[in-house]
Design a protein around this ligand. Structure first.
Ligand code: G
Ligand code: G
Ligand code: NA
Ligand code: MN
Length: 254
């Protein structure tokens, strides 16, 4: 199809770019890290978010190649920002199914860390239930190896899946990311608030860090902090933005 061909051209022409969304401490608003989010600077249609192309990319032969590029770029950027004023800065990178299927995920990540000089603790890989369930046979071993190296493993969109609890038991996780639907609902719905509280308890019980996604209001921020949630991400703190804007905002220009 046409989109698929255009994606291959985009890789060759270097049209992909990473945006960065801040992750902050809910206690004092200080920066703890960022999630790297893929964008496509389309020559005709302008800046495209993953919704416009990720599904097609995932089913194309360049998916793993783009995944490698994302990982490399994100790690380089984290090294730069750690050297320029944010020493504990952590970068979150979304993994795709193709990266598991290729069978060399642990080696690729380990090599990228060595090449870029990012300490393992500065990297957090984000996995979703959809990916690990569909590739359960090949997902667990590389994640366990990476976890043993000290790389963080975050469970994205936590609470929205069918197997959220059993995966907690089997996967070597370090963090839960509370899905933004629960955060959005928690100030008006007792049910959402109860789910948020339960995820926090679950996280603490398993000695996992927890971050809330999609925080848009001070009210959500205050409620989460009161419940013992230590970190957050969302439009209240910052939208995904280009590296230059991120650096300017947090004084990381060197
Ligand atoms: O960027 P945006 O905020 O629109 O994110 C939309 C979705 O795209 C999210 O589910 C996110 O996990 C996914 N996504 C963003 N960047 C990447 C990436 O680099 N790789 C993969 N596999 N998914 C990504
Ligand atoms: O990986 P994940 O599916 O969680 O991707 C994050 C997505 O959520 C991106 O599309 C990002 O732009 C979006 N996002 C991040 N913060 C907020 C927020 O506060 N509100 C809303 N509506 N979307 C957000
Ligand atoms: Na994510
Ligand atoms: Mn998410």
């Amino acid at each position: 199809r046409r989109l698929r061909g255009a994606l291959h051209d985009a890789v060759r022409r270097g049209e992909f770019v990473l945006f960065y969304q801040p992750q902050v401490s809910l206690a004092d608003g200080s920066l703890v890290g960022a999630e790297a989010l893929l964008r496509w600077r389309h020559p005709r249609d302008g800046l495209l978010a993953p919704a416009a192309f990720l599904a097609t990319l995932e089913s194309s032969s360049c998916a793993a190649e783009v995944g490698d590029w994302v990982l490399d770029q994100a790690c380089r950027q984290a090294v730069r920002w750690r050297a320029r004023g944010a020493p504990g800065f952590r970068i979150g990178v979304n993994l795709s199914a193709a990266q598991f299927q290729r069978g060399d995920l642990a080696e690729t990540v380990a090599r990228t860390l060595v090449r870029t000089g990012l300490p393992p603790a500065g990297l957090e890989l984000e996995i979703t239930e959809t990916i690990v369930l569909r590739h359960d046979d090949v997902a667990l071993a590389p994640l366990a190896r990476l976890r043993a190296l000290g790389v963080g493993i975050a469970f994205d969109d936590y609470g929205t899946g069918y197997a959220s609890l059993s995966l907690l038991k089997r996967y070597p996780l370090t963090r839960l990311k509370i899905d933004r639907s629960f955060v959005t609902g928690m100030t008006s719905s007792r049910r959402d608030e109860t789910i948020v509280r339960a995820i926090l308890q679950l996280g603490h019980g398993f000695k996992l860090d927890v971050i809330a996604e999609g925080i848009e209001t001070e009210r959500e921020h205050a409620r989460l902090r009161a419940k013992g949630c230590r970190e957050g991400q969302g439009f209240l703190f910052g939208r995904p933005m280009p590296a230059e804007a991120f650096a300017a905002r947090y004084g990381l220009d060197g």
